[in-house]
Write a protein that binds this ligand. Structure first.
Ligand SMILES: [Zn+2]
Length: 95
C-alpha cells in the first residue's frame, strides 16, 4: 500500500533530538516533545513523498528554503513556546 508522508517530519524529529541537550530546563515529556514537533511542523512548508508501506524512506533532500537552518529555528522557537506554557502541567520555565 502506498502511503503519503511529510518528509519534513523526520527532519524535525532529528532536529528535536540534537537540540534537546541545549535546553536542559525543558520538560521533555511525551506531550511537550510532541508539542514542539507539531509547533515546528505547522510553521514549515511540508514536503510530501509517496512511499511503499514497509519500506524505508530514502533521505529526501530539502531545498534551500526549507533547509536544516530553518528547521532548527522553528524547533528552537517551539522549545521556547512550549516551555513557557507546558500542557502537561509542569511549571513554566524560560529556556
Ligand atoms: Zn511536559
Amino acid at each position: 500500500m502506498i502511503k503519503l508522508k511529510n518528509a519534513v517530519e523526520d527532519h524535525v524529529v532529528d532536529s528535536y533530538q540534537s537540540l534537546r541537550p541545549h535546553f536542559p530546563e525543558f520538560c521533555g515529556c511525551e506531550m511537550c516533545r510532541a508539542d514542539v514537533v507539531v509547533y515546528a511542523l505547522n510553521r514549515l512548508p511540508p514536503r510530501y513523498v509517496a512511499t511503499l508501506e514497509g519500506t524505508v524512506v530514502t533521505e529526501v533532500n530539502l531545498d534551500k528554503q526549507q533547509g536544516r537552518a530553518s528547521i532548527d529555528v522553528a524547533v528552537m522557537d517551539g522549545f521556547r513556546r512550549v516551555a513557557m506554557s507546558p500542557r502537561c502541567g509542569k511549571a513554566p520555565v524560560g529556556v
